[in-house]
Design a protein around this ligand. Structure first.
Ligand code: AMP
Ligand code: FE
Ligand code: FE
Ligand code: ZN
Length: 274
């Protein structure tokens, strides 16, 4: 079994890349892809660990790019993408800088309500990784302005709340194009979560290479429909758990969804003959 959708603490996951690899071994997976939001930073530590310990695990470097498509947020997975591609690296660095500016804007809004949070504290909480609202939420809790992260989002930084600032995202077209140019395979993540089905067809038209068919929140009939859609358009089928970490509020476990060896071979074959 190959779990092709896994997050680490390089984005919003809980476990480090090394911890994820250890858990993959314990779970008996044949392989996995690390697919952090808008960053490749979790890939090299995982690869180094696998190499230095000669771990028998088929590792696929990946990414999950969050894009804006009208009112919807659409996620595009990229497989076999490396940080060797300069355009990809440049655009991801831009996203990272935009996140910093956005965090500063959120703090400026909070100060209008008499809440002063220091940007250095937010940076420290992010620990050198992508700065996100969860870090601001934790700073709000530490300063006694919120009871929990959910409370911080509900009262201040969540969508439609007074200190909300949207963040810069790529378009689906650019994400697909960037992955293509970097020699990778683009896959539409969890299509079942897209309410406007016409958008799925439009993304297929944009030249996506595959659909994430197997996903914890896809029910049997959705899986069937997506398989049929992939077959009609000659697209790859992939799958993964969208694992973000262990613990009481984790929505899924590592290896909860994925693809078998044969499907993985088809994906790899497509990549090698690109
Ligand atoms: P950002 O990428 O900075 O916009 O932050 C998005 C992250 O914030 C998500 O990945 C969630 O982990 C977290 N988040 C979003 N909404 C909420 C919420 N209502 N309560 C707690 N965490 C949230
Ligand atoms: Fe996430
Ligand atoms: Fe996603
Ligand atoms: Zn994900």
């Amino acid at each position: 079994m190959y779990d092709l959708h896994v997050h680490t603490n390089a984005s919003d996951g809980v476990l480090s890349p090394v911890e994820v690899i250890r858990l993959a071994l314990k779970s008996g997976l044949d392989g996995l892809a690390i697919t952090d939001h808008d960053t490749l930073q979790g890939v090299a530590p995982a690869q180094d660990f696998i190499r230095s310990h000669q771990i028998q695990l088929d590792f696929i470097p990946g990414i999950e790019i969050n894009t804006d498509y009208g009112e919807d947020e659409v996620h595009i997975l990229g497989y076999f993408v490396t940080d060797q591609d300069s355009r990809m690296t440049e655009r991801l660095a831009y996203i990272q800088r935009e996140r910093i500016t956005r965090a500063e804007n959120i703090l400026a809004r909070l100060s209008l309500f008499g809440i002063d949070i220091d940007m250095d504290q937010v940076r420290t909480l992010a620990g050198g990784r992508l700065i996100g609202r969860p870090h601001i939420a934790r700073a709000l809790i530490a300063a006694g302005h919120a009871q929990s992260e959910a409370d911080a989002f509900a009262r201040y930084i969540g969508r439609n709340q007074p200190a909300y600032v949207p963040r810069y995202k790529f378009s689906p077209q650019e994400a697909i194009h960037l992955i293509d140019q970097a020699g990778g395979i683009s896959v539409l993540a969890h299509p079942g979560l897209i309410h406007d089905k016409a958008k799925i067809d439009a993304i297929i038209e944009m030249g996506i290479a595959g659909l994430e068919v197997y996903y914890p929140e896809h029910d049997v009939s959705e899986v069937k429909e997506l398989k049929e859609l992939a077959r009609r358009h000659n697209l790859l089928t992939t799958g993964g758990s969208d694992f973000h970490g262990t613990g009481p509020d984790s929505r899924t476990r590592l290896g909860y969804a994925g693809v078998d060896r044969q499907t993985m071979e088809t994906i790899r074959d497509f990549y090698q003959h690109k």
